[in-house]
Design a protein around this ligand. Structure first.
Ligand SMILES: Nc1ncnc2c1ncn2[C@@H]1O[C@H](COP(=O)(O)OP(=O)(O)OP(=O)(O)O)[C@@H](O)[C@H]1O
Length: 266
Protein backbone atom coordinates (compact mmCIF):
# COMPACT_ATOMS: atom_id res chain seq x y z
CA UNK A 1 0.00 0.00 0.00
CA UNK A 2 1.43 3.39 -0.95
CA UNK A 3 1.56 6.01 1.77
CA UNK A 4 0.18 9.36 0.74
CA UNK A 5 2.21 12.40 1.69
CA UNK A 6 0.55 15.81 1.78
CA UNK A 7 2.09 19.26 1.42
CA UNK A 8 1.85 21.60 4.42
CA UNK A 9 -0.48 23.79 2.39
CA UNK A 10 -2.36 22.67 -0.68
CA UNK A 11 -4.57 25.24 -2.40
CA UNK A 12 -6.40 24.27 -5.54
CA UNK A 13 -8.77 26.15 -7.81
CA UNK A 14 -9.01 29.09 -5.43
CA UNK A 15 -11.54 31.60 -6.75
CA UNK A 16 -12.73 34.77 -5.05
CA UNK A 17 -15.38 37.09 -6.39
CA UNK A 18 -16.15 40.52 -4.98
CA UNK A 19 -19.50 41.25 -6.59
CA UNK A 20 -18.71 41.33 -10.30
CA UNK A 21 -14.94 41.40 -9.79
CA UNK A 22 -13.10 38.10 -9.91
CA UNK A 23 -10.06 38.86 -7.75
CA UNK A 24 -8.76 35.25 -7.91
CA UNK A 25 -9.48 32.83 -10.71
CA UNK A 26 -8.72 29.19 -9.97
CA UNK A 27 -5.30 29.65 -8.39
CA UNK A 28 -3.26 26.59 -7.32
CA UNK A 29 -0.37 26.72 -4.85
CA UNK A 30 1.44 24.30 -2.55
CA UNK A 31 4.04 24.72 0.16
CA UNK A 32 6.11 21.69 1.19
CA UNK A 33 8.04 21.19 4.43
CA UNK A 34 11.26 23.17 4.54
CA UNK A 35 10.30 25.50 1.69
CA UNK A 36 10.32 29.24 1.31
CA UNK A 37 7.74 30.01 -1.35
CA UNK A 38 6.98 33.43 -2.79
CA UNK A 39 3.74 34.70 -4.29
CA UNK A 40 4.45 37.62 -6.59
CA UNK A 41 2.60 39.72 -9.14
CA UNK A 42 1.86 43.32 -10.07
CA UNK A 43 -0.23 45.61 -7.85
CA UNK A 44 -3.83 44.45 -7.59
CA UNK A 45 -3.01 40.96 -8.88
CA UNK A 46 -4.80 39.29 -5.96
CA UNK A 47 -1.94 38.37 -3.62
CA UNK A 48 -3.39 39.79 -0.41
CA UNK A 49 -6.80 38.41 -1.35
CA UNK A 50 -5.12 34.99 -1.57
CA UNK A 51 -3.70 35.39 1.96
CA UNK A 52 -7.08 36.62 3.22
CA UNK A 53 -8.81 33.55 1.77
CA UNK A 54 -6.40 31.03 3.23
CA UNK A 55 -6.39 32.65 6.69
CA UNK A 56 -10.17 32.79 7.06
CA UNK A 57 -10.66 36.53 6.56
CA UNK A 58 -12.60 35.80 3.36
CA UNK A 59 -14.60 32.70 2.58
CA UNK A 60 -13.56 31.86 -1.00
CA UNK A 61 -16.17 31.54 -3.73
CA UNK A 62 -14.70 28.24 -4.91
CA UNK A 63 -11.69 26.01 -4.43
CA UNK A 64 -10.09 23.94 -1.71
CA UNK A 65 -7.63 24.87 0.99
CA UNK A 66 -6.05 21.95 2.82
CA UNK A 67 -3.35 21.99 5.46
CA UNK A 68 -1.30 19.13 6.86
CA UNK A 69 1.09 19.51 9.76
CA UNK A 70 2.24 15.88 9.76
CA UNK A 71 2.03 15.03 6.04
CA UNK A 72 -0.23 12.06 6.79
CA UNK A 73 -3.59 13.59 7.58
CA UNK A 74 -5.00 16.77 6.18
CA UNK A 75 -7.75 19.19 6.98
CA UNK A 76 -9.91 21.38 4.74
CA UNK A 77 -9.96 24.85 6.25
CA UNK A 78 -12.29 26.75 3.89
CA UNK A 79 -14.37 29.22 5.90
CA UNK A 80 -12.57 28.50 9.19
CA UNK A 81 -12.36 31.60 11.41
CA UNK A 82 -8.96 33.40 11.46
CA UNK A 83 -8.20 32.53 15.12
CA UNK A 84 -8.91 28.85 14.40
CA UNK A 85 -6.61 28.95 11.37
CA UNK A 86 -3.87 30.32 13.63
CA UNK A 87 -4.56 27.56 16.16
CA UNK A 88 -4.22 25.03 13.35
CA UNK A 89 -0.68 26.26 12.78
CA UNK A 90 -0.75 28.96 10.09
CA UNK A 91 0.26 32.39 11.35
CA UNK A 92 0.58 35.60 9.37
CA UNK A 93 1.83 39.15 9.36
CA UNK A 94 0.10 42.01 7.59
CA UNK A 95 1.07 44.46 4.89
CA UNK A 96 0.25 47.28 7.30
CA UNK A 97 1.87 46.59 10.64
CA UNK A 98 -0.70 45.55 13.24
CA UNK A 99 1.09 45.70 16.56
CA UNK A 100 -0.38 46.97 19.82
CA UNK A 101 1.50 50.28 19.67
CA UNK A 102 1.27 51.19 23.34
CA UNK A 103 2.21 47.79 24.70
CA UNK A 104 5.82 46.79 25.24
CA UNK A 105 7.74 44.68 22.76
CA UNK A 106 7.58 41.68 25.12
CA UNK A 107 3.85 42.11 25.76
CA UNK A 108 3.16 42.11 22.02
CA UNK A 109 4.77 38.67 21.75
CA UNK A 110 3.00 37.37 24.88
CA UNK A 111 -0.32 38.25 23.21
CA UNK A 112 0.65 35.87 20.39
CA UNK A 113 1.18 33.07 22.95
CA UNK A 114 -2.41 33.32 24.16
CA UNK A 115 -3.68 31.01 21.47
CA UNK A 116 -1.47 28.27 22.98
CA UNK A 117 -2.31 28.78 26.65
CA UNK A 118 -5.17 26.93 28.29
CA UNK A 119 -6.13 28.88 31.39
CA UNK A 120 -9.34 30.80 30.73
CA UNK A 121 -10.89 33.79 32.44
CA UNK A 122 -11.51 31.80 35.61
CA UNK A 123 -7.81 30.95 35.80
CA UNK A 124 -6.90 34.60 35.35
CA UNK A 125 -9.21 35.60 38.20
CA UNK A 126 -8.22 32.83 40.60
CA UNK A 127 -4.57 32.91 39.51
CA UNK A 128 -4.11 29.31 40.48
CA UNK A 129 -0.82 27.49 40.18
CA UNK A 130 -1.43 26.32 36.63
CA UNK A 131 -2.22 29.86 35.47
CA UNK A 132 0.91 31.25 37.10
CA UNK A 133 3.04 28.51 35.59
CA UNK A 134 1.54 29.12 32.14
CA UNK A 135 2.12 32.85 32.47
CA UNK A 136 5.76 32.30 33.37
CA UNK A 137 6.19 29.90 30.44
CA UNK A 138 4.64 32.47 28.12
CA UNK A 139 7.04 35.16 29.30
CA UNK A 140 10.06 32.85 28.96
CA UNK A 141 9.08 31.62 25.51
CA UNK A 142 8.29 35.17 24.33
CA UNK A 143 11.67 36.44 25.52
CA UNK A 144 13.36 33.54 23.77
CA UNK A 145 11.60 34.52 20.54
CA UNK A 146 12.76 38.10 20.95
CA UNK A 147 16.32 36.79 21.21
CA UNK A 148 15.78 34.87 17.98
CA UNK A 149 14.65 37.95 16.07
CA UNK A 150 17.29 40.14 17.79
CA UNK A 151 14.92 42.34 19.82
CA UNK A 152 15.56 41.08 23.37
CA UNK A 153 17.49 44.20 24.28
CA UNK A 154 14.42 46.34 23.66
CA UNK A 155 11.93 43.95 25.30
CA UNK A 156 10.59 46.65 27.65
CA UNK A 157 10.42 49.40 25.05
CA UNK A 158 6.95 50.54 23.90
CA UNK A 159 6.33 49.01 20.46
CA UNK A 160 5.50 52.27 18.68
CA UNK A 161 8.95 53.66 19.55
CA UNK A 162 10.80 50.98 17.57
CA UNK A 163 12.28 51.78 14.16
CA UNK A 164 10.15 50.51 11.29
CA UNK A 165 12.30 47.50 10.47
CA UNK A 166 12.22 46.36 14.11
CA UNK A 167 8.43 46.66 14.20
CA UNK A 168 8.25 44.26 11.28
CA UNK A 169 10.58 41.83 13.07
CA UNK A 170 8.38 42.12 16.15
CA UNK A 171 5.33 41.20 14.06
CA UNK A 172 7.21 38.11 12.91
CA UNK A 173 8.09 37.21 16.52
CA UNK A 174 4.44 37.59 17.52
CA UNK A 175 3.34 35.31 14.67
CA UNK A 176 6.02 32.77 15.68
CA UNK A 177 4.70 32.85 19.25
CA UNK A 178 1.63 30.95 18.04
CA UNK A 179 3.90 27.95 17.21
CA UNK A 180 3.10 27.79 13.49
CA UNK A 181 4.29 25.17 11.02
CA UNK A 182 3.76 27.71 8.25
CA UNK A 183 4.39 31.44 8.44
CA UNK A 184 2.72 33.79 5.96
CA UNK A 185 4.50 37.12 5.47
CA UNK A 186 2.71 39.89 3.58
CA UNK A 187 5.38 42.21 2.13
CA UNK A 188 7.86 41.84 5.00
CA UNK A 189 10.49 44.07 3.35
CA UNK A 190 8.12 46.93 2.47
CA UNK A 191 9.52 50.26 3.61
CA UNK A 192 12.79 48.78 4.84
CA UNK A 193 16.20 50.25 4.10
CA UNK A 194 18.81 47.97 2.43
CA UNK A 195 20.42 47.05 5.75
CA UNK A 196 17.07 46.13 7.33
CA UNK A 197 16.15 44.15 4.21
CA UNK A 198 19.39 42.16 4.37
CA UNK A 199 18.88 41.24 8.00
CA UNK A 200 15.24 40.34 7.30
CA UNK A 201 16.48 37.92 4.64
CA UNK A 202 18.81 36.28 7.17
CA UNK A 203 15.95 36.04 9.67
CA UNK A 204 13.62 34.35 7.18
CA UNK A 205 16.31 31.79 6.33
CA UNK A 206 16.90 31.12 10.04
CA UNK A 207 13.16 30.65 10.61
CA UNK A 208 13.13 27.99 7.92
CA UNK A 209 16.42 26.30 8.78
CA UNK A 210 16.60 26.56 12.58
CA UNK A 211 12.96 26.79 13.61
CA UNK A 212 11.74 24.35 10.98
CA UNK A 213 8.90 26.65 9.93
CA UNK A 214 8.03 26.87 6.23
CA UNK A 215 7.41 30.35 4.83
CA UNK A 216 5.03 31.71 2.21
CA UNK A 217 5.71 35.34 1.41
CA UNK A 218 4.24 38.08 -0.71
CA UNK A 219 7.01 40.48 -1.68
CA UNK A 220 7.63 43.20 -4.24
CA UNK A 221 11.39 43.45 -3.67
CA UNK A 222 12.67 41.13 -6.41
CA UNK A 223 16.12 40.83 -4.85
CA UNK A 224 14.53 39.43 -1.71
CA UNK A 225 12.26 37.11 -3.68
CA UNK A 226 15.01 35.77 -5.92
CA UNK A 227 17.53 35.23 -3.13
CA UNK A 228 15.20 33.60 -0.59
CA UNK A 229 12.68 31.54 -2.51
CA UNK A 230 12.85 27.84 -3.29
CA UNK A 231 9.84 28.28 -5.57
CA UNK A 232 7.83 31.22 -6.86
CA UNK A 233 4.23 31.56 -7.99
CA UNK A 234 3.27 34.47 -10.20
CA UNK A 235 -0.25 35.86 -10.42
CA UNK A 236 -1.61 38.53 -12.73
CA UNK A 237 -5.22 39.75 -12.76
CA UNK A 238 -6.12 36.98 -10.29
CA UNK A 239 -4.74 34.26 -12.53
CA UNK A 240 -1.70 32.05 -11.95
CA UNK A 241 0.62 32.71 -14.91
CA UNK A 242 3.79 30.89 -13.85
CA UNK A 243 5.32 28.74 -11.14
CA UNK A 244 8.79 27.32 -10.62
CA UNK A 245 12.26 27.96 -9.28
CA UNK A 246 13.60 31.53 -9.33
CA UNK A 247 15.62 30.63 -12.46
CA UNK A 248 12.61 29.17 -14.25
CA UNK A 249 10.30 32.00 -13.35
CA UNK A 250 12.77 34.74 -14.22
CA UNK A 251 13.13 33.28 -17.74
CA UNK A 252 9.38 32.92 -18.30
CA UNK A 253 8.30 35.42 -21.02
CA UNK A 254 4.86 35.94 -19.43
CA UNK A 255 6.52 36.88 -16.18
CA UNK A 256 9.03 39.20 -17.78
CA UNK A 257 6.17 40.96 -19.51
CA UNK A 258 3.83 41.06 -16.53
CA UNK A 259 6.16 41.77 -13.69
CA UNK A 260 9.90 41.62 -14.02
CA UNK A 261 9.81 43.86 -17.07
CA UNK A 262 7.92 46.39 -15.05
CA UNK A 263 10.48 46.20 -12.28
CA UNK A 264 13.42 46.45 -14.67
CA UNK A 265 11.91 49.53 -16.27
CA UNK A 266 11.40 51.14 -12.89
N1 LIG B 1 -12.70 43.54 0.04
C1 LIG B 1 -12.66 43.79 -1.28
N2 LIG B 1 -13.77 44.20 -1.94
C2 LIG B 1 -13.72 44.45 -3.26
N3 LIG B 1 -12.62 44.32 -4.04
C3 LIG B 1 -11.49 43.94 -3.43
C4 LIG B 1 -11.44 43.65 -2.03
N4 LIG B 1 -10.16 43.28 -1.71
C5 LIG B 1 -9.46 43.33 -2.85
N5 LIG B 1 -10.26 43.73 -3.88
C6 LIG B 1 -9.85 43.87 -5.28
O1 LIG B 1 -9.28 42.62 -5.67
C7 LIG B 1 -8.15 42.85 -6.52
C8 LIG B 1 -6.93 42.20 -5.91
O2 LIG B 1 -6.51 42.97 -4.79
P1 LIG B 1 -5.33 42.51 -3.80
O3 LIG B 1 -5.25 43.53 -2.71
O4 LIG B 1 -5.52 41.12 -3.42
O5 LIG B 1 -4.07 42.64 -4.75
P2 LIG B 1 -2.52 42.54 -4.38
O6 LIG B 1 -1.90 41.66 -5.39
O7 LIG B 1 -2.36 42.17 -2.96
O8 LIG B 1 -2.05 44.04 -4.61
P3 LIG B 1 -0.84 44.88 -3.91
O9 LIG B 1 0.43 44.30 -4.44
O10 LIG B 1 -1.08 46.27 -4.40
O11 LIG B 1 -1.00 44.73 -2.44
C9 LIG B 1 -8.02 44.34 -6.72
O12 LIG B 1 -8.70 44.70 -7.90
C10 LIG B 1 -8.74 44.89 -5.50
O13 LIG B 1 -9.29 46.16 -5.78
Amino acid sequence: MSTQSYPLLDVSGLTMDFGGLRALNSVDLTVNPGEIVALIGPNGAGKTTFFNCITGIYNPTRGDIHISRDGKTRRRINGMKPNKVTQQGMARTFQNIRLFPNMTVLENVIVGRHCRTRSGILGAVLRNQRTRREEQESVDRSYELLEKVGLHQVADEVAKNLPYGDQRRLEIARAMATDPFLLLLDEPAAGMNPQETASLGELVLRIRDKENIAVLLIEHDMKVVMSLSDRIYVVEYGQGIAAGTPQEVSKNPNVIKAYLGEEHDA
